[in-house]
Design a protein around this ligand. Sequence first.
Ligand code: FO1
Length: 317
Amino acid sequence: MTRRDSVVALSGGIGGVKLALGLQGACAPGRLTVVVNTGDDFEHLGLAISPDVDTTLYTLCGLANAQLGWGRDGETWSFMTELERLGGEAWFRLGDKDLAVHVERTRRLAAGEPLSEVVADFGRRFGLATRVLPMTDDRVRTTVETVEGTLSFQRYFVARRCEPCVTAIRYEGAERARPTPAALRALGEPDLAAVVICPSNPYLSIDPILAIPGWRSALQSSRVPVVAVSPLIGGEAVKGPTAKIMRELRLEVSPLTVARHYAGIIGGFVLDEVDAELAARLDVPVRVAPTLMRTLADKERLAREVLAFAGTLRGAR
Ligand code: FO1
């Protein structure tokens, strides 16, 4: 019998990658594939920036800036300081080490290399056994409609600090985009045990993936359980604008809304202990667990719980 020990995780940046790091610790080396949102990607100062992909790479390699959650550890900011002095755009901060990644990615993309191959090579060079794959090699751009007008994702998120009231979110290019071939292969591997939707913002980080028709259908027809972890604890997101955006979109700020949002895709949902009484109101199997991840031990404990839960669902799929 095939030993099922490989895992595919879907994630955005800072929030979701915490569980991805836990999964990396819970899986045998090389058995985890993390599929990352690229709706946040943009061109800035002539460079191709992939924030969630880089946050994932840096975090899983142990190279992330723990204070910021994005960018590199031990970063220096000479480039940014000089750029500001020259009157350049300084609202999006690129550290010196991080800059090297953007410059080299831009060169390789311009030479015709797909983003997934660039990221795979960066991962190898950083010594990473986990596979990090952008959701697509095609161009998808998350665009936020607000009461103040249309904003590109990073203008909304970083320049405007998520302040403008959101009326709609679009994923431009998603309909024509195709999943990264390597990611689809990972979903088809005979030793796949589970697909985990990390506790990322459902509307900004996971929906860009699900808006790609090939991703939605691949997940709907997955042979193994797809399990999502609630990004909300007691009606609030641990970090980031999930609850604010839900209120603005006139959605009930509840893990129930998130679980129902993933209906047709998930076979199980993980709720925080604080929200345990909601379990009876869901029509998918639920596991109640501590979902707040402060330490590496918390992350690995939750990852093991999620994988054990998926194991109990396997026969049902
Ligand atoms: N987030 C910020 O809040 N301010 C920044 O100046 C900033 C720069 C930045 C540079 C490279 C990178 O990979 C990420 C960066 N981020 C920054 C984080 C990032 O843009 C967002 O957290 C994500 O896109 C949302 O997941």
